[in-house]
Ligand binder design. Structure first.
Ligand code: NAD
Length: 476
């Protein structure tokens, strides 16, 4: 069953793309020393802009600017004054929300519907939320006189470029720290637009510095001797390398890493609602979600029904131009990520799982992968153990709640989980048993600034969001 819709394209004209971008250091845009690299639209492979690559000397300049701003301005300013800047930034984000959403969809490949309705509103909400804490830190539960740590080095991934920036910068600034942030190399553009917003808000120079570049720029930031706090969101592999490299220092570290969440459907669940939750759990943001519900656990008695309805629903997903307001599933962020998804799905087939995708035409240019499910998956299969970070769902079954818990926890990760059932008592029991930082009940992929987020085991340590998120940026 399919409906044909006329395209409903969001206009690009609201975005003022420059042909090249420098680094944002000490309140100004400056040229990078390293060679520039291209940021492409994943949907069309069109070059959007040239981005500067920060080298060790550039990173040092950014850290020095952050140190000066910390010592002279930001740490001596009252919390109420800091809050005014954060509120101002939050309001400008709202005012420029359309521009931010269009640029995020262009640069990342995510559907405009998601950038507009999820990412950008949440970004503003995190700034509003932490602005509210800036003058109340002594009531946050971390002692009577909590102090900022100093200069925070922050490294973020490409899946939610602006939202991850907000999760990092808003609590750090509210607590009185200054920051040097490195966006991911494929998605620097909205971080650079955020830098313009800092200028527009008259944020004192050096409080926020943005250094663009790839892994080597990140390494230079991690290795800088004048960093007081390190916050990293990204892959478990790089997170482990960072933890090793700072192990000999006393620098506090927050690591938000990968996941392989179980989305568990019991036979008393409202099935249509659960199917929406399964789709949202794994196809939202093309499955480029650390807490994606990538392992579906279905109770055996409703397996056939759930699978039939899931396939029917998947056949209605619209894939294509991220700027089309009808689009449900956008482009894969990079050719490297697409190659990784192809590799792991090929392994899934060779290990004996059965693959299914709805009929769908993939655009000729750009990086695309059809929504895919694997059935007949065993717990030992690589597609059940490794993070694919794409629109690929592994389906497993269980008979009893105890078996569901055992299978859900049988993973090196522990970031999130979902439970679909009619029984409140079962939800509470499951939430206690599941070794995951977030457990959603009869919903999935819901985020709120007041709620802490973070993992167990190889999903990392530390929490972001909520009152807990302040602790990572306070000495007490
Ligand atoms: P990645 O680890 O390759 O890169 C993340 C960032 O680290 C990028 O900015 C990258 O340039 C930088 N980097 C790469 N090598 C580095 C090094 N040696 N030293 C310092 N910095 C380095 O991850 P990715 O592919 O960009 O992002 C996907 C991963 O992020 C997934 O595993 C996903 O689960 C995870 N993620 C986790 C959360 C969370 O909150 N737990 C949120 C979003 C994404």
């Amino acid at each position: 069953m399919g409906f044909e819709y006329a395209p409903a394209l969001e206009s690009r004209s609201v975005v003022d793309l420059k042909s090249s971008y420098g680094l944002f250091i000490d309140g100004e845009f400056v040229d990078a020393s390293g060679p520039s690299f291209k940021s492409v639209s994943p949907a069309t492979e069109e070059v959007l802009a040239e981005i500067g690559q920060a080298d060790v000397a550039d990173v040092d300049r950014a850290v020095q600017a952050a140190r000066r701003a910390y010592t002279r301005t930001w740490s001596v300013m009252s919390g109420a004054e800091r809050a005014k800047y954060l509120y101002r930034i939050a309001r400008i984000i709202q005012e420029r929300s359309r521009e931010l959403a269009v640029l995020e969809a262009l640069d990342n490949g995510k559907p405009i519907r998601e950038a507009r309705d999820v990412d950008v509103p949440l970004v503003a909400a995190y700034f509003f939320y932490y602005a509210g804490w800036a003058d109340k830190l002594e009531y946050a539960g971390f002692g009577a006189t909590p102090r900022p740590l100093g200069v925070a080095a922050q490294i973020i991934p490409w899946n939610f470029p602006l939202l991850m920036l907000a999760w990092k910068i808003a609590p750090a600034l509210a607590a009185g720290n200054t920051v040097v942030l490195k966006p991911a190399e494929t998605t620097s553009l909205t971080a650079l637009l955020f830098a313009e917003i800092c200028q527009q808000a008259d944020l004192p120079p050096g409080v926020v510095n943005i250094v663009t570049g790839a892994g080597s720029t990140g390494q230079a930031l991690v290795a800088h001797p004048d960093i007081d706090k390190l916050a990293f969101t990204g892959s478990t592999e790089v997170g482990k390398a960072i933890a090793r490299s700072v192990a000999a220092s006393n620098t506090p570290v927050t690591l938000e890493l990968g996941g392989k969440a179980a989305n568990i459907v019991f036979d008393d669940a409202p099935i249509d609602q659960a199917v929406e939750g399964i789709v949202n759990g794994i196809f939202f943001n093309q499955g480029h979600v650390c807490c994606a519900g990538s392992r579906l656990l279905v109770q055996e008695s409703v397996y056939d029904d759930v699978l039939a309805r899931l396939k029917r629903r998947m056949a209605t997903l619209r894939m294509g131009d991220p700027l089309d307001k009808n689009t449900d599933v956008g482009a894969i962020n990079s050719s490297e990520q697409l190659a990784r998804i192809h590799e792991l799905t090929a392994v899934g087939e060779s290990e004996g799982a059965e693959r299914w995708s709805p009929p769908c035409d993939l655009p000729e240019r750009g990086f695309w992968f059809a929504p895919t499910i694997f059935t007949g998956v065993s717990q030992a299969h690589r597609i059940a153990r490794e993070e694919i970070f794409g629109p690929v769902l592994s389906v497993l079954t269980f008979r009893t709640p105890a078996e569901a818990v055992e299978k859900a926890n049988n993973t090196p990760f522990g970031l999130s989980a979902g439970v679909w059932t009619d029984k409140g008592s079962r939800i509470l029991w499951m939430a206690n048993q599941l070794r995951a930082g977030v457990v959603w009940a009869n919903t999935f992929n819901r985020f709120d600034p007041t709620s802490p987020f973070g993992g167990y085991k190889e999903s990392g340590y530390g929490r972001e969001g909520g009152r807990h998120g302040l602790e990572a940026y306070l000495a007490h």
